[in-house]
Design a protein around this ligand. Structure first.
Ligand SMILES: [Zn+2]
Length: 61
């Protein structure tokens, strides 16, 4: 049984694989006011964010 990723955007299961894996820029996380908001959401600067195809399209469109 392989690794199954959950989308950090909508919570759905990413099949067959996540569309986008990304990390916060440490400088952004530490200096932007949004960093505190993201921290309140449970993210940390070293975290990898996983997005499904639909959420990736929403972010990049
Ligand atoms: Zn999603």
């Amino acid at each position: 049984m392989g690794y199954t990723a959950g989308c950090d955007g909508c919570g759905s299961t990413c099949r067959p694989a996540p569309a986008l894996l990304c990390q916060f820029s440490p400088e952004f996380f530490r200096t932007s006011s949004l960093g505190g908001y993201l921290s309140d959401m449970g993210f940390d600067e070293g975290d990898t964010v996983t997005l499904c195809g639909d959420c990736t399209r929403e972010v990049l469109e």
